[in-house]
Design a protein around this ligand. Structure first.
Ligand code: 5GP
Ligand code: MN
Length: 350
């Protein structure tokens, strides 16, 4: 392991010059036959996969020959990402280099988000963490964590630039998918002038934003449309929750998925339909992931810091978007959210 560079708690200003220099040195110093393993978080989204694969293609351009990308859990890639440039770098977690020379982690706030792959960090010659979660624990040898970055791909492009890798359309595609995923297609608060400047650089490579958005965000099987109808039909509004700011929530079971013959990833888009609710500041989708296990997505419009709610319940995320794993019966999970909401309201209800 290389010695840790930078604070274990990320500096508000983003990575230090020393951390950038250490990351560049770790990549430039790789031997010709070095094995590099890229890992993104469990249940990967567009930022996790797009940053990892985009960066991976950049590394390949630099001449890194022994290069793998992976994520914990089943190796199936959600349909919307199967076309991404760089998917050929992906290997199932069990096939990932057991002791790589360099490990680079993407979009993971803590080791727990790496599942069974967390052991690679201890066995690697060196490790880099590229991330933008304020809650990042600084678990890498070198931590490039910028809580102000709209997506992990902002950090990934920062490192590619410092490595002198020319930006091509294939790399740009992954980084663009990442940027549009985490900014809600340039709708969220994180959409700064710098975000649009980065998007302009990516688009200038010739990538087609209409095609990319349709494939990633606007295509789903008819069965998923019917499933959404059912799950949205049982959404519950609790105007008194979150000290009067309101909570809207719904849930989907594995049985719901089976009835409509749908894979679990289709539920990721559901929160966007639920969070439209005008009467609630906080929205929530509870997705069954095991017999008594639930993947919970939380969103806020600003009155509640949902990352604090999620951290209190064993998860993490950002102020406006966070999540955690709930255990036990559904009622209990909803009850724990209701309770955590009352203690994490930022602004009093008018
Ligand atoms: P989503 O609801 O889209 O799955 O996740 C929203 C945000 O919460 C993302 O930034 C994601 O990294 C974070 N998040 C979701 N689930 C978990 C979890 O179980 N643990 C942690 N630490 N973060 C999570
Ligand atoms: Mn992200």
């Amino acid at each position: 392991m290389t010695e840790a560079v930078g604070d274990s708690v990320p500096a508000a200003g983003g990575p230090t010059d020393a951390a950038w220099a250490a990351a560049v040195a770790a990549v430039r110093g790789l031997a010709d036959d070095a094995r590099v393993l890229l890992i993104c978080h469990v249940n990967p989204d567009g930022d996790a996969l797009g940053s990892m694969l985009g960066f991976g293609l950049g590394l390949r351009r630099l001449g890194v020959r022994h290069l793998q990308a992976t994520f914990p859990g089943p190796a199936d890639l959600p349909e919307p990402f199967r076309w991404l440039p760089g998917v050929e770098l992906l290997v199932p977690q069990d096939d990932a280099y057991p002791a790589p020379d360099l490990v680079i982690c993407f979009d993971a706030a803590s080791e727990s988000r790496l599942g069974d792959l967390a052991d690679r960090l201890g066995r690697a010659g060196a490790s880099l963490v590229l991330d933008h979660h304020a809650s990042n624990t600084g678990f890498g040898g070198v931590n490039l964590v910028d809580p102000h970055a709209a997506a992990t791909s902002v950090v990934a492009l920062g490192l590619l630039d410092r490595l002198g890798v020319p930006l091509d359309a294939e790399t740009a595609t992954g980084l663009y998918v990442a940027l549009t995923t985490d900014t809600g297609s340039f709708r969220f608060e994180a959409t700064t002038p710098a975000v649009h400047e980065m998007a302009a650089r990516l688009l200038a490579t010739g990538i087609r934003p209409g095609d990319i958005s349709r494939r990633v965000f606007d295509t789903r099987p008819f069965g998923a449309v019917r499933l959404f109808g059912e799950v949205l039909g049982r959404a519950t509004l609790e105007p008194a929750a979150a000290a009067g700011h309101g909570l809207v929530w719904t849930y989907a079971t594995r049985d719901d998925l089976a009835r409509h013959d749908q894979p679990a990833y289709v539920l990721e888009a559901l929160i966007d339909s639920v969070r439209c609710t005008a009467e609630a500041d906080v929205s929530c989708v509870v997705k069954q992931s095991g017999d008594a296990e639930w993947a919970v997505s939380l969103r806020s419009k600003g009155a509640v810091d949902v990352s604090r709610v999620a951290v209190a319940l064993g998860g993490g995320g950002h102020r406006f978007a966070a999540g955690f794993t709930g255990r036990g019966p559904l009622d209990g999970v909803i009850g724990s959210i209701r309770d955590a909401l009352t203690t994490n309201v930022l602004t009093p209800h008018p």
